[in-house]
Design a protein around this ligand. Sequence first.
Ligand SMILES: Cc1cc2nc3c(=O)[nH]c(=O)nc-3n(C[C@H](O)[C@H](O)[C@H](O)COP(=O)(O)OP(=O)(O)OC[C@H]3O[C@@H](n4cnc5c(N)ncnc54)[C@H](O)[C@@H]3O)c2cc1C
Length: 392
Amino acid sequence: MQKTVVILGAGPGGIAAARALRGLLPADDRIVVVDRHDEQRLGVSLLLIMRGWREPHEVAIRPSRVLNGFVEFLPAEVLGVDPAARRVETSAGPLGYDAVLLALGAELVPETIPGLAHALENGVAGHCWALPAALQLRERLHCFAGGRILVVIARLPYKCPPAPYEAALLIRDLVEERGLATSTEITVVTPEPSPLAVAGPAVGEQLTRYLASRGVSVRTGEQLVSVDPRHREVTFASGTRELFDLLVVVPPHRAATVARDAGLTEGDWVPASLRTMRTNVAGVWAIGDLAAVRVRDTLMVPKAAVFAQQQAEIAARDIARALGYDVPEPEIRAVGRCWFLAGRRSAGVIEGDFLAEPRPAVTFTEPTAEGYALMEAELATWLAQDPLTGGA
Ligand SMILES: Cc1cc2nc3c(=O)[nH]c(=O)nc-3n(C[C@H](O)[C@H](O)[C@H](O)COP(=O)(O)OP(=O)(O)OC[C@H]3O[C@@H](n4cnc5c(N)ncnc54)[C@H](O)[C@@H]3O)c2cc1C
């Protein structure tokens, strides 16, 4: 009998899962990918756009074209998931399923920190964790007249652990280009005990040294409590207050609303098994940014596209097996490598194996011009999966 697998979300996780599943399921089984947007960008593009090195249209692919011919793409809002009825409600009507894979990502919730949403609205704060905000921050940086920039990580976890440090370096590069080097001070403030704590203290020290050599300082162990947009002041849980001229913030994240409304979350995230990506609910799998995939009690796999794609492979095999097909067991991996952008069009690499014992094995290779060229080549390969963007 024909089976239907519904994939919610066409980000890197959803697209990778669609490809993997198509390779495992018989041709007449239905695979439907649902997303409200038919436009996707890699996270690294948001940093490039914020710095002004790329325009949004240059770094976008259309899932409908990427998936065309091998799975169905449904451009629709996902309104709800009913695991008991095995049905997804969408703005284009209901969809029954045999298996559903949640790849809806994380949403940003600045309103959970007093004053932050207002600060973002009136322009004293900005961020680059979503496209419109990255463009707005770019504008603000072009009007910035010098002063104190605080880059504050509001909560853990968030998408792409190195990105706030990259953002600080790119902002430093931009203000230097605008002749504001001596009149601008940039500090990253994080709740972690060291920058990129998941990478261990040695990488934290190396990164801190690198940032200092480029004019960016770091303060650790500070939890943001509130923002006062009128006085341009932030307050931390320690009681410390800091004035700023521009606040660049990593807004708090949590699992997409649909997952929360369906009762699939514990705390802010959807728990999913490292070995199978199954949630606690029959017939429902979860991957990527919305999932809490734990290696140990204290360690959650970081939220990055590279992990969402590996999790997609694991989920695809487990779904195929659960549907009764004879496919190999999933291979458990949590190995990640991502670019680390810095000023003067340079890029380094952060890579790590999060299954290594007794702790993750992570290295940081400092940015170079050659690294930037390799990053651009990888971005071009990713864009080439869309026959129009890639051919342009
Ligand atoms: C500044 C920045 C830099 C980054 N750099 C890197 C990097 O260098 N390397 C790396 O690996 N990762 C990086 N990332 C992280 C990466 O972008 C995310 O981890 C990745 O996109 C997660 O993929 P996902 O498929 O889980 O979710 P997403 O990419 O968020 O996709 C979720 C999809 O679900 C859709 N959706 C959500 N709710 C609904 C709904 N109700 N109805 C319909 N559709 C819905 C959304 O439209 C979206 O298309 C970066 C992120 C940022 C912000």
